[in-house]
Ligand binder design. Sequence first.
Ligand SMILES: N[C@@H](CCC(=O)N[C@@H](CS)C(=O)NCC(=O)O)C(=O)O
Length: 254
Amino acid sequence: MVAPTAQLKWVPPMLTLYAFGPGFGLPDPSPFVTKAEVLLKMAGVPYRKDTTGFRKAPKGKLPYIDDDGVLVADSTFIRLYLQRRYDVDFDAGLSPAERGVAWAFEKMCEDHLYWALVHARFMDDANFDAGPRRFFDGAPAVIRPLVVAMVKRQVRRSLWGHGMGRHSEEEIAQLAVRDLAAIADFLADKPYLMGARPCGADAAVFAFVAACFPARFKTPIRVAAELQPGLVAYRDRMLQQYYPELAPAKGKAA
Ligand SMILES: N[C@@H](CCC(=O)N[C@@H](CS)C(=O)NCC(=O)O)C(=O)O
């Protein structure tokens, strides 16, 4: 007879979201990570977060997920995977035309507004010191300046390659402000991008709108966001729903 030992419990494998971890008063400094996390919350799929996975990222970027051995990199492919694997329709109830508009807003944030934010955070010295420089605090002091210089050079190259980095600071701000105005005008008095219920694109649009607000970054983009009461209310509504711990107390600014 075998003596009973500690009770064996089967723990179901849990999906892991690889993230940077909260920063700048945001759920994550990366809006793409925030988008992926909101999608997981929307889908109701249990997950845990791991902030140590950057070096093993399949595409060299975060986010990615590991779902019981299935690795999926890139927030949009994570969305498509969740739709397929968990039979979720993030855009349920939307017409094909509405789905198209939602997709276009999402991609405007990811492939346009994002680069203006990268420029504001990395190319302005004061903003860099107040934000991204902190990512490298864990690097050994002797090589830290080299690592920082290398990353800044890479970011500058990416901005140039995208095209955003070829514009002046004022021109970049002008483009970002136009993006924010488009979102605010389209939201108008709707609670969410496409109406009464959040859809898939809200995960991204919220993540990028929220990323405009951290007070530590002195940018015309933040000023423009703060001047749009509809955007502030939208950011707060989404925070309340998906990150109540980060939402401002009623009547207070975040
Ligand atoms: N298309 C990707 C973009 C992800 C992305 O750009 N992640 C950035 C953080 S915002 C990153 O990991 N950058 C690290 C690097 O490029 O070395 C997605 O949707 O997930």
